[in-house]
Design a protein. Structure first.
Length: 116
């Protein structure tokens, strides 16, 4: 199965959406969940994930809590109150953008326009 090229800049929306749905998650859990939900078509690597998580924390959208699990510290990420408010708007705007792109592709194919 081929891996989908991930749209640059969309990782933050993906993270925000998951945290909105699930409450709190740790890094590996995010990567595992994305892989499962996309049926293996999207695989996040840690080199891209953690800078995005840190950026969202710096912007005040996420916060962290650390817990001890099986003798190891685990950092969980969750939406702040600011993050909860902004996520609703940002996810709606992102979905609207994706729908617009799909319309362009669909209409291009219907009219015999090459889209690749």
């Amino acid at each position: 199965m081929t891996q989908v090229n991930f749209i640059k800049g969309s990782m933050s929306y993906l993270i925000l959406s998951l945290l909105e749905q699930r409450g709190k998650m740790y890094g590996y859990e995010i990567t595992k969940t994305v892989k499962e939900l996309s049926q293996g078509k999207i695989r996040l690597n840690e080199a891209a994930l953690y800078p995005t998580l840190h950026q969202l924390c710096a912007e005040g959208w996420l916060d962290t809590e650390t817990e001890l699990v099986a003798g190891r510290l685990r950092k969980n990420y969750f939406l702040t109150s600011k993050g909860k408010k902004e996520t609703v708007t940002e996810i709606a705007n992102f979905k609207e953008s994706l729908e617009a792109l799909l319309l362009i592709f669909k209409n291009g194919w219907q009219h015999g326009i090459e889209t690749s």
